[in-house]
Design a protein around this ligand. Sequence first.
Ligand code: FES
Length: 489
Amino acid sequence: MVKLLSLSRAARLAGVSRGELQKRIREEDLETFEGELSVELLLELYPHIDLEADPMLEKVRRIRSEASPKKLHSDGWMPDPEVLMTRLKEFQHVLVKTKTALNSSDELLQEILNDLQAAVAAPEEELRHLVAGCITRLNRATQKIGQAEDTRAALFAKDIMLKIVSASIRLLPSGHEFFLEGSDSILEAGLKAGLYINYGCSSGNCGACKCRVISGAVSKLRRHDYVLSAREQEEGYILACSNTAISDLVIEAREADAKEALPHQKIRATVRKIEPNGQSMVLLYLQTPRTQSLRFKAGQRVRLTAENESSAELHIASCPCDGRNLQFMVARRPGDPFSDTLFSQQMSRQTMILEGPVGEFVLREDSSTPTLFIAKETGFAPIKSLVEQAIAMDNAEQFYLIQLGGNPWGSFLDNLCRSWNDSLDNFGYFSPSKECTAAELLLLLQQLTADLHHFDLYIAGPGDWIDAVRKEAQLQRLDSSHWFCQQVD
Ligand code: FES
């Protein structure tokens, strides 16, 4: 029987991104089975798979953990002992079955060998000759059992080991797939994978994350699931925020698509930190109450109102995978009450009201197209959120970030961008060392790719700068009609 692997699991086993695997399948016109591929095909594509190490897993884990601080009931890596034991028992069960099958074939071989040895005594010369040949072959086969290196078996064992530390979850009807690591809840794992799963309180109180388990086993992280009726519980409904996966799961869950508006929220958040970023910018860190996360899409914005009533509508600069810990970039603008408040006051432990989210500058849904992100000045805020979302989704074949601006030039979280560049094989970061004209920017784009048409292009920054870049593109007969643009002044 052909053993099939989902694309996510196959990419993880090969140590490549899902985008890269999809690209190879498309370029080499390879056969998949309803989105899954065979072990044989995976080994053909990547004959030198390192069956011991999984560097990609490490890279993505590190980046994701930087993007999303650990939650209260997550130790970030090791599952709960109870969950670990259950997974190990499942592992043991699979191994016992496999070993039993091996032992049976061993016994069978021995029996056939005995029979054939008896047949050798028969008078017919030819039969004796044939049987002797069989014995030689079977002798060779029995000597090989357990000695020859079988890559498929090693791949199988690696897959089993990965299953111990992470369960795979498939959502219906979308077919989205992600991994749950440590003792994250199903909701946390889905958000970290860049999905817009329905949720509200994140704490088992509102019922918005209700979903139905089609197959697999879950374990409760929180006891209170009283928002579910007894009948719903009998029908397999659970709360995604209050359960973790023990085994691989298939669940029915509601998700928002790229076009769907998310519910409007009004939340009082606490100012955790205000951090200078260069001389003309501060990073504002807000944290919502434990039972009220902000549900938003990467690239969206909210209105912030400080205690002195000054307010501003700002793009969220962090990943939607963490709706409690939010980042914003605020430019120094003397005379602007909100900017003056942030640059001149001690605001630690003060609160701000945030209202939203709004905006349609969001990532194209499930796109595996190569992507270019270009940001200037505070346009870096929505672009940073989009890049973090793209990293979490792990769909894009290739993506580049070009960052312009900062005072001093290039100072906007340059180290973070460089760490993405160093950690991800399919990511490139460029920060020109000085102000560049629209023509110079287009030249850089054309050096990166001969055909801009094959890229999704997201550009955010001051309106007059975006206009200048589009005008220059027109002069150079480049079609910019499909670019996703966001004015951020
Ligand atoms: S998000 Fe409110 S119960 Fe799960």
